[in-house]
Design a protein around this ligand. Structure first.
Ligand SMILES: [Fe+2]
Length: 208
C-alpha cells in the first residue's frame, strides 16, 4: 500500500504530496510548494519524479529544488503560449521564480509505476487545459479540479466550467469510497471521499 504524506504550505493553503512505496522506497513528489526542501532529500530519498497537476505557480514553486536531478512532468495541455503567459503573470503576482523546464509528457491513461502499484493519469481539464488527477485504487490526487466542499475556479485564463463539469462527471465514475487528496485546503479539512462529496458535486454540475 502506498504511503501518502500531505504537506501544507500555509501562505497559499497549498497541499503538496509525497507518495511512497514502503517496500521499494520509491516515491514521487506532487505539486511541490516553496518549503518542500525541508521535507525531502534528493540524496537519501528514492524520488523517481515530480509531477505538477497543473502549471499554476503555487503548484510549481518547489520545482527548482529538483531541477536537473529528476524528471519534472505535467500534461501537454498546459504547455501552450497562453498557459505560459498565465504562468508568467501569476508568478509575478506570487513573486516566485519561473520554474525550470517541465516535460509535458503525461497523457490521459498513462500509468506511473511506484513499486508494484500503478498510478493512472486522468486528464481533467477545466481549471486549466492540462489539469490532471492521479488515481490508484482507493485514492485520487485531484489538484485544483475538486476540493473538499468546493470545485476548482474556472475564471483564470484557460479555465472552462463546461470542461470542468465533464471532468467532475469522469471523477464521479470512480468508486465512491475513493479518498480525495486536493491541492488546497480551505476549510481546515484536508481530505474527504467521493461518497461525502458526490451530492455537492452533482448539484454544482447539474445546476449551473
Ligand atoms: Fe490552480
Amino acid at each position: 500500500m502506498l504511503e501518502i504524506t500531505q504537506i501544507k504550505t500555509p501562505a497559499y493553503a497549498l497541499l503538496s504530496y509525497i507518495i511512497r512505496d514502503p517496500l521499494s522506497t520509491e516515491c514521487i513528489v506532487i505539486d511541490p510548494g516553496s518549503g518542500i526542501n525541508s521535507h525531502i532529500s534528493t540524496d537519501s530519498m528514492n524520488i523517481k519524479e515530480v509531477i505538477n497537476t497543473h502549471l499554476h505557480p503555487d503548484h510549481t514553486m518547489g520545482n527548482h529544488f529538483f531541477a536537473g536531478k529528476i524528471p519534472i512532468r505535467a500534461h501537454p495541455g498546459d504547455s501552450g503560449f497562453a498557459m505560459r503567459a498565465v504562468h508568467f503573470a501569476l508568478s509575478t503576482i506570487f513573486n516566485t521564480k519561473i520554474p525550470p523546464k517541465v516535460s509535458f509528457d503525461l497523457n490521459d491513461g498513462d500509468q506511473i509505476h511506484i513499486g508494484n502499484t500503478s498510478i493512472k493519469v486522468l486528464h481533467t481539464p477545466g481549471h486549466s487545459p492540462g489539469s490532471i488527477c492521479l488515481y490508484w485504487p482507493g485514492n485520487l490526487i485531484c489538484g485544483d479540479t475538486i476540493f473538499v466542499g468546493n470545485i476548482g475556479r474556472t475564471d483564470i485564463p484557460g479555465g472552462s466550467f463546461s470542461l470542468l463539469s465533464e471532468s467532475i462527471r469522469k471523477i464521479l465514475t470512480l468508486p465512491s469510497e475513493t479518498r480525495i487528496w486536493p491541492g488546497h485546503y480551505y476549510m481546515e479539512k484536508y481530505t474527504s471521499t467521493l461518497t461525502e462529496e458526490s451530492s455537492f458535486l452533482k448539484s454544482i454540475i447539474n445546476n449551473r
